[in-house]
Design a binder for this molecule. Structure first.
Ligand code: SAM
Length: 474
């Protein structure tokens, strides 16, 4: 018998009131309410706010199946986790099962156990919201994430770790009375003075989590050439793009390169994957990842993708792998667009203004125009975001189909998520071709069963919020 999860230990995501109102309007829009009814639409919105602050119930690892077999990687991972257990990282760790994903041949899943019953101690350490989210996904606490620690805290002390829910805690504080969320207990590796009084920037683990509210192995530096920590919908994107060996692919917003390396691996390292990103330090990360995974077909450049089309016809633009490029020069293009990121989980607090969130739609359209120009006739364009608004997802699809008559929406393989959300005047057939991962839809039905079949069912539903559209060009 499966029992209901008690998730009330956690508050809903904290948003600015203007943002909460905006999202509420999205989730209770006219089209949607006429399909679901007002009461159900409100319930779904409430579930959205709850599920965003909780971690997904499985950790997803993409395996480097271009180097080793999935079974080999699974075996190495098993050995590594057993070692973590022996080295005593956790107080009562039960062995974590590793589950191959039934539909994705390069994915291994590990259940996240929680929320667990953990007692709060007297000594409190406060960490920033970003650090807190990482801890909820199995990370230890790194020194730059620590905001407040007890006056005499020293290495070896056992402390309770909390996340600063509203961004109010000042770095270096000795205690904090603001709103905080309990994350679990850990052992200090550093003294308070190592964290706050060091001369240069501090690096490294400050607190080793031993009794986390949500328990999941730490994957920091684990088998770096064999597994890549990646959210499940992001892995789906690579498969939906469907690259083939020998093709020319463009990844327009590529850093840090999670999807780029996946695409190159799916092409068996044959052909070219041009990876662009406008931030230089991030491009270095793509190159580093490509080298670690021995993916030599990736050519990474720091470039503003909006300007990636060679407009000067008299000046011969490079036909090689350096931007700008002539029109119609790529077989497939991925536009994993910069977005408001509202689908990311866990996220306990988001301080975005409505203005910031609304700034993404025009930027995405500029990038989309370039993508259409650079795509060969007969080519495939995949557009994706990790956000939940209509403006950056279904509305972009409606705009694209109106603006570029050469584009057709295509079915996606695999299609593991839900269909597109109502509210952007797309037809039912068009919405069916879209793929939206909507963790809020299964939130009420969630259970704490750890049977493999139940966990695998959750793998495709209890994900981050994500959107994928696939187009072909005539
Ligand atoms: N695809 C990446 C992955 O899977 O690892 C994540 C991409 S992230 C959603 C969006 C990226 O777009 C950021 O790294 C950002 O620097 C980049 N970006 C934003 N505007 C850009 C532009 N005009 N040209 C190129 N890159 C841009």
């Amino acid at each position: 018998m499966m029992s209901e999860i008690n998730r009330s230990v956690f508050p809903q995501i904290a948003l600015r009131s203007e943002m909460q109102e905006y999202l509420h309007n999205v989730y209770t829009n006219k089209e949607l309410v006429s399909e679901l009814g007002k009461e159900e639409a409100e319930k779904v919105f409430d579930s959205l706010l709850s599920c965003l602050s909780h971690p997904p119930s499985l950790t997803c690892l993409r395996a480097s199946t271009h180097i080793h077999t999935l079974q080999d990687i699974e075996h190495r991972l098993e050995q590594h986790l057993a070692q973590q257990q022996v080295s005593g990282c956790y107080s009562d760790r039960v062995s974590t099962p590793i589950l191959p994903h039934p539909q994705l041949p390069d994915v291994l899943l590990l259940p996240v156990i929680g929320p667990r019953d953990v007692s709060i101690l007297n000594a409190e350490v406060i960490v920033g919201a970003q650090c807190g989210s990482a801890v909820l996904r199995g990370a230890h606490v790194f020194a730059p994430g620590v905001l407040s620690a007890p006056k005499f805290m020293k290495a070896g002390d056992v402390v309770s770790v909390f996340s600063d829910a509203e961004g109010r805690c000042t770095r270096g504080a000795k205690d904090f009375q603001g709103k905080k969320v309990f994350l679990g207990n850990g052992v200090c590796v550093m003294n308070r003075s190592d964290i706050f009084c060091a001369e240069g920037p501090v690096r490294g683990v400050a607190i080793k989590m031993v009794d986390a509210l949500y328990q999941s192995p730490s994957f920091d530096g684990v088998l770096p050439n064999e597994v890549f920590l990646q959210n499940l919908p992001s892995v789906v994107v690579g498969h939906v793009l469907g690259p083939r060996p020998g093709e020319r692919i463009l990844d327009m917003c590529a850093a840090p390169g999670g999807k780029t390396t996946h695409i190159a691996a799916l092409m068996a390292n044959q052909g070219v994957v041009v990876a662009l990103d406008k931030i230089k330090s991030k491009v270095e990360k793509i190159t580093e990842n490509a080298q670690a995974l021995r993916l030599h077909c990736i050519k990474a450049h720091c470039y503003n993708s909006i300007q990636a089309v060679c407009s000067d016809l008299t000046h011969s633009c490079s036909t090689a792998d350096t931007p700008p490029f002539p029109e119609e020069s790529f077989d497939r293009i991925l536009l994993d667009a910069p977005c408001s990121g509202l689908g990311q989980r866990p996220n306990m607090a988001l301080n975005y203004s409505l203005k910031e969130v609304c700034s993404y739609q025009p930027l995405q359209r500029k990038l989309f125009r370039t993508a259409v120009q650079l795509l060969k006739k007969g080519g495939v364009l995949v557009y994706s975001t990790c956000t939940v608004t209509l403006a950056e997802n279904e509305e972009q699809v409606a705009w694209a189909l109106k603006t570029f008559p050469c584009l057709t929406l295509e079915p996606q393989e695999p299609h593991l998520g839900s269909q597109g959300m109502p509210g952007a005047e797309l037809s039912c057939d068009q919405r069916r071709l879209l793929q939206r991962f909507r963790p809020e839809l299964s939130w009420h039905r969630a259970t704490e069963s750890h049977a493999s079949e139940d966990l695998l069912l959750k793998a495709n539903t209890d994900t981050i919020g994500f959107f994928i559209a696939k187009f072909s060009k005539r």
